[in-house]
Ligand binder design. Structure first.
Ligand SMILES: Cc1ncc(COP(=O)(O)O)c(C=O)c1O
Length: 447
């Protein structure tokens, strides 16, 4: 970074400090926001006004700090210096697109492809997870000649027209389009069955439904971490069995790694927890640590077949030199600090602490998740497993008052979602566990 850049970043911080004077209040800002910002909902009854971040910490305009146990995008840490410098330096030098030769773009594609098992070695760069899934579906439809998709109930894959239709959490079941078959996610604690095989059988039914309706199966699209279903661990051979069935029906298997990818589950890719290799992988969120970088990775054979059918595919901003520099810096940071392994290690430590809380507080019915995505399924009664939706709704606000940010998930909104940046050590897990202990002690009874 040049001195000029340093000064400019310094000026930006100085500008933010003007809010510390109390010139503008939270209330005023909420009012101004509501006047002109469409379609964006604030977190917390008492929303936080964040002005800067560092590592796993966020700071509000009064310089109160919050431990971020929610945000998966800044996975190598808020304002990670390696990523900030890479973006600043490349922005100052050149920012065009992928249709000129540029070494950083190629270096990034090589490095990214190098993190995948064979035969996944061809990269497309786009700007959002939605676009990645949209392109993946376009490829799957083109290559298979079929149109249907199998997705999970309660899924979220993005916000475009097609991908909204594949995001079953965004509409009611009766509005499911004919080209979509939604199957129940394999939740052995809360689902309709405690038998893993029944969730695989549901994929047989979905295939039959799509074949009967003439849509056929273009793809099975699944997030291996089941983020919008509360962060589940798939049982036994769930994924290998589903992949086999989908391929036998002529479909492709798409792993949506927008949430689990880049080390969150303790492995670089979520699917690596399950001994499968997808046909297409979609990427986003942590890929640029906040810079809009997303992608699709597939095999040369599939990429060639798509190119033959669709010779003109272009994305103006996807994989431009600044995006590539940001993405490369994220990969280097993950590697240098062994963050996937750290996520596994800290995730296990956190899981043990959460299990101790579950021993203590009756309302914690189940603890589940992988790596640094851990979740608490809250119940009103451990026998009936009735979801404790209204209790769960209070907890993130109470945690926010303790200076710890967490979220909610799951079909009934009763699952506390803990998904911090990966630069989250045992010392941070201890702060989180203490705050949870404090909050549960005030709102629930001990076992
Ligand atoms: C699993 C999954 N896939 C795709 C997306 C869409 O990504 P984006 O918001 O970048 O379009 C999301 C966003 O939350 C997601 O959780």
């Amino acid at each position: 970074m040049t001195d000029n850049h340093k000064t400019e970043l310094g000026v930006m911080h100085a500008d933010l400090r003007r809010y510390d004077s109390g010139d503008v209040t939270n209330r005023e800002l909420i009012k101004r926001r509501a006047s002109h910002l469409a379609g964006s909902v604030l977190f917390y009854d008492n929303p936080v006004w964040i002005v800067r971040g560092e590592g796993p910490w966020l700071y509000d305009h009064d310089d109160h700090r919050y431990l971020d146990c929610y945000n998966n995008v800044p996975s190598v840490g808020h304002c990670n210096p390696r990523v900030v410098n890479a973006i600043a330096e490349q922005s100052a030098l050149l920012n065009t697109h992928t249709r000129y030769l540029h070494e950083t773009i190629i270096e990034y594609a090589e490095a990214l492809a190098g993190t995948f098992p064979d035969p996944l070695d061809m990269c497309y760069f786009v700007c959002t997870g939605t676009e990645a899934n949209e392109l993946a579906m376009r490829i799957a439809r083109s290559v298979t000649g079929q149109r249907g998709a199998i997705v999970m109930e309660g899924s979220y894959h993005g916000n475009s027209t097609l991908i909204s239709e594949l995001s079953t959490m965004t509409y009611s079941r009766k509005d499911t389009p004919g080209h979509v078959a939604a199957v129940e996610p394999p939740n052995l604690y809360r689902g309709s069955s405690s038998d893993p095989a029944s969730y695989v059988d549901a994929v047989d039914d979905a295939i039959a439904q799509l074949e009967q309706s003439g849509e056929g199966v273009a793809a099975y699209l699944c997030d291996a971490m089941f983020d919008s279903q509360g962060g589940l661990e798939a049982p036994g051979n769930y994924f290998t069995a589903c992949y086999e069935k989908v391929r036998a029906a002529g479909g492709l298997c798409i792993a949506d790694e927008v949430q689990p990818g880049f080390g969150r589950t303790g492995k670089m890719w979520g699917f690596e927890n399950y001994d499968v290799v997808p046909d297409i992988v979609t990427l986003g969120k942590p890929m640029g640590n906040g810079h809009p970088v997303a992608g699709v990775v597939t095999t040369r054979d599939i990429a060639d077949r798509f190119a033959a059918a669709t010779p003109f595919y272009f994305n103006t901003f996807g994989g431009n030199p600044v995006a590539a520099a940001a993405g490369l810096a994220v990969l280097r940071e993950l590697e240098a600090n062994k963050l996937p392994a750290a996520a596994l290690h800290t995730g296990r430590y956190l899981r043990r602490g959460l299990a101790r809380l579950a021993d203590r507080f009756e309302s914690i019915g189940n603890v589940h998740g992988l790596g640094l995505y851990q979740a608490l399924d809250l119940v009103t009664d451990r026998e009936t497993r009735e979801p404790a939706t209204s209790l769960a709704k209070q907890i993130p606000d109470l945690m926010r008052e303790q200076g710890v940010l967490i979220g909610l998930s799951g079909r009934y909104g009763n699952v506390l979602k803990i998904r911090p940046p990966l630069v989250f050590g045992q010392e941070h897990a201890d702060i989180l566990l203490d705050a949870l202990n404090q909050v549960f002690s005030t709102v629930t009874t001990s076992v």
